[in-house]
Design a protein. Structure first.
Length: 123
């Protein structure tokens, strides 16, 4: 005789897995820029501005994590779990938002730096 599973077991486990994947993606996105800066610091062939090529990767990872965490949190709330389970999704959502903000800030800083260089060249 096979044990009966709760009818919400599959959606619950998939939403929890989605929340954990979102958390991992957010952490990877958050670590992308510091790792790129460290690689540029230790390498002789890669400059600090070359580390800016990691900004789109960090942005995409953060955005995907943000979307996945939001969806997982909505699903877990919709299923109205008594044991909660939205904690990981909430942390992933916050880290995804921080990652997107850091990527946008890094892109703006490189943009303003290039603007200052262009202004200095024109004088």
């Amino acid at each position: 005789m096979q044990p009966r599973l709760h009818p919400l077991a599959a959606p619950t486990s998939s939403s929890k897995a989605r929340a954990w994947v979102a958390l991992i993606l957010a952490l990877l996105g958050l670590l992308t820029l510091p790792v790129a800066v460290e690689v540029s610091r230790r390498s002789t062939g890669i400059g600090l501005l070359d580390a800016g090529y990691a900004i789109p990767l960090a942005f995409v990872l953060g955005l995907v994590a943000l979307i996945m965490a939001r969806r997982a949190r909505q699903n877990l709330r919709w299923l109205q779990l008594r044991e909660g389970g939205t904690g990981v999704a909430t942390v992933a959502y916050i880290l995804g938002a921080v990652t997107v903000c850091v990527a946008i800030t890094a892109a703006l800083s490189i943009g303003f730096y290039e603007l200052v260089l262009a202004y200095q060249r024109s004088r």
